[in-house]
Design a protein around this ligand. Structure first.
Ligand code: BG6
Length: 295
């Protein structure tokens, strides 16, 4: 791991240290002048991002496993190289692997940037030779970039997604903007294709939708907390909106029965018919930037 010491101002505004997380899993803690963040090496999983004097941006389940064999529930799981259960394990293996910290550098207009890598895997029938790197930049905003490089001689077909869990004051009070007119797969209705008719989407039942062919910025309006969470992305054509509601929350052992009231997933990636076919030698980049604003 190398440490670039070029931005002395960022250095003074920023403290970064390694710590033992839950169940002794290693995590990186970042405290900046504007925000704090925590990143587990297990899954390269951001479990915490919070601006000073605001509620957390990311939601974490109180019942999450912190087990090297299981995914963490909450924060931002990295979904790769497939989304959902079309292969085992569900949502791919990237969220179950211990990633490596490759580099840490202080950056201008921010605080710190971490570069993490998925340890090399032998090519198999499931995946050709590839590399995966994740850049996490913590400052006034949280920015993430997942870079997949196809080092094989064949096309690499995969799905990727930042499965972001957001903290909300009260699910019945919030609304989601930025998806009007977009076609989506309604997973709760036999995967029927529908077109979003609402300017402001409200959540009042189990919701599991894959919005296709959209690179739009989405905002979560939270009047009780007087804030908007802005989800900006690039290199992404799918947005998934998920809340398990009552019955599914009860079925999940790592999710509290009432926790669906305080969370909402707005996920940014390339899934279902937006899956990526990456030619040999090429790289793909999925970028996400999370910020908060007043109402
Ligand atoms: C969402 C899917 O992305 O992830 C849902 O659309 C799924 O169908 C949810 O239930 C959670 O998945 P998991 O594997 O983390 O329990």
């Amino acid at each position: 791991m190398s440490l670039t010491r070029s931005q002395s101002k960022s250095e003074t505004l920023c403290r970064v240290f390694f710590s033992e997380g839950n169940n002794d899993l290693p995590k990186i803690v970042v405290n900046s002048a504007w925000s704090s963040a925590e990143i587990y090496l297990h899954g390269a999983h951001v479990t915490h991002f919070q601006k000073k004097n605001e509620p957390p941006v990311l939601w974490m389940s109180q019942l999450s496993n912190f087990d090297p064999k299981k995914p963490i529930r909450g924060g931002i799981p990295i979904i790769f190289p497939w989304f959902g259960g079309r292969k085992e394990p569900m949502h791919g293996f990237a969220r179950l692997q211990a990633w490596e910290l490759l580099e840490m550098s202080y950056v201008l207009d921010g605080c710190v940037q971490l570069r993490l890598g998925l340890p090399e895997m032998a090519p198999s029938a499931t995946v050709p030779a590839f590399s995966a790197e994740l850049f996490v930049t913590v400052g006034k905003t949280l920015a993430m970039e997942l870079v997949i490089t196809n080092s094989s001689k064949e096309n690499f077909v995969f799905e990727d997604c930042f499965h972001s869990y957001f903290a909300v004051s009260d699910i019945s009070a919030i609304s989601i903007t930025g998806l009007k007119g977009i076609t989506y797969i309604d997973t709760c209705d036999n995967r029927a294709q529908k077109v979003e008719s609402e300017e402001e989407i409200k959540i009042a039942a189990e919701t599991d939708r894959i919005y296709l062919n959209t690179s739009s910025t989405v905002e979560i309006l939270d009047p009780k907390w007087q804030r908007r969470i802005r989800v900006e992305k690039s290199g992404s054509l799918s947005t998934v909106v998920w809340n398990p509601w009552i019955a599914k929350a009860q079925r999940m052992s790592d999710f509290g029965d009432e926790e669906y009231l305080q969370m909402l997933c707005v996920e940014s990636g390339n899934v279902a018919e937006n899956m990526i076919s990456l030619p040999p030698g090429k790289s793909s980049s999925l970028r996400l930037e999370l910020s908060t604003l007043g109402l």
